[in-house]
Write a protein that binds this ligand. Structure first.
Ligand code: SF4
Length: 372
């Protein structure tokens, strides 16, 4: 397939995740929903289910408001809204990690709001790096395994080792694509978003094949004229209207620190030891994310260093409204970028936005400032 054909295919998937889900169900597969941010998909895959991302959707919140106060982020509220409205019907379970206070409330609300889809908690430790943190994570994974066994899944360390390899290969494919995209300004922000978002709704085997083909095709393509290079940061940046503004303003994302995009793929499962301990060690090795506790906040330096290394003229933070972990980090990121002479701006986004005019004005001013 050509580059455009591949992007068209990658666009179809996030444009209609329900169709994708129905296709897998019609094939007799069982689906387990994976809430943000780091659900152990490898375990779900190894036990014979299709892990499917559940990061909510751009939708009006009505029923979720019966369960959530207005100051919970719209990602969590829209997951609940979709569940209540039957968009996830047919799923065997939802796994919800405990990585922020808002996510902790989601599982409890889910049990009452969507009783037809069992809730499986994944409780992570704050201190994930010491041996006791790895043991705690492993115990959490064992709980997930027991709950999936009740739904008909079967676990073995050999099967998990094979799934770990599948996911490591997908990580590598996504990292390579991200590097290649940085050299291709002709790829739009909308296309880039599709390439990442589609990963949530396809099996990793299918998505890896498409991404590897796309990367190879892009490497054969002559890069287009450079636009204004930026680093994009945030939890989520998948709203088509938001990406259309980036394209309209001639911005080229040369690197991202987006939780739903590259942050997912920075760390592989180590190949040593038993597969379940190795998966717990992967979580211990992860860094550079607002929801992962790090007293030294290496994420801040990572953003500055990556912006410099990729030649970004500025950092655009897409701040999910009411996301405490991102709001806390933003102060440090802003200070560090300013000290390094890297312009930075922030736009607030959420899943209920229909008007992006304020964001457009802010981004347009930022673009003009970068090009002065
Ligand atoms: S990390 Fe932020 S955006 Fe994600 S669920 Fe928690 S509050 Fe919402």
């Amino acid at each position: 397939m050509t580059v455009n054909e591949l992007f068209a295919k990658l666009h179809e998937v996030p444009a209609d995740p329900k169709a994708q889900m129905d296709r897998y169900l019609a094939e007799g597969k069982k689906i387990v929903l994976c809430a943000p941010v780091y659900t152990p998909e490898e375990i779900i895959h190894a036990m014979g289910f299709v892990p499917m991302g559940a990061w909510g959707a751009d939708t009006e919140l009505r029923r979720a408001k019966e369960y959530c106060p207005a100051f919970l982020c719209s990602i969590v509220q829209s997951i609940l809204e979709l569940g209540i409205n039957g968009m996830y019907d047919g799923a065997s379970a939802i796994v919800i990690p405990s990585l922020c206070d808002t996510l902790k409330t989601l599982g409890e609300n889910w049990k009452y709001a969507v009783p037809s889809i069992p809730f499986i908690p994944m409780t992570y430790p704050q201190n994930r790096k010491p041996a006791y943190g790895v043991a705690f994570t492993k115990a959490g994974y064992e709980r997930v395994i027991r709950d999936l066994e009740k739904l008909g899944g079967t676990f073995s360390d050999e099967k998990l080792a094979a799934s770990n390899a599948v996911y490591n290969r997908h990580n590598a494919a996504m990292r390579k694509l991200e590097q290649v995209l940085a050299k291709h300004p002709e790829v739009t922000a909308c296309q880039r978003s599709d390439a990442f978002k589609s990963a949530f709704f396809l099996t990793k085997e299918e998505h890896t094949a498409l991404i590897e083909e796309l990367t190879a095709a892009l490497e054969q393509q002559t890069p287009g004229t450079e636009k204004t290079p930026i680093l994009l940061s945030g939890i989520l940046a998948d709203a088509p209207a938001f990406n259309a503004i980036l394209d309209e303003m001639g911005l080229h994302i040369v690197a991202d620190d987006v939780a739903a995009q590259s942050r997912q793929y920075q760390t592989d499962v180590p190949e040593s030891g038993d597969a379940l301990t190795a998966l717990a060690e992967k979580f211990a090795n992860m860094d550079n994310c607002s929801v992962l506790y790090n007293a030294a906040k290496p994420r801040v330096k990572w953003i500055v260093d990556t912006a410099k290394a990729r030649g970004a003229k500025g950092v655009l933070v897409a701040l999910t409204k009411f996301c405490d972990p991102e709001e806390f980090d933003y102060v440090m990121i802003k200070k560090a970028c300013e000290s390094a002479g890297i312009p930075i701006t922030v736009v607030e986004i959420d899943r209920q936005m229909v008007q992006f005019e304020q964001a457009r004005t802010n981004i347009e001013t930022f673009r003009d400032m970068l090009n002065m």
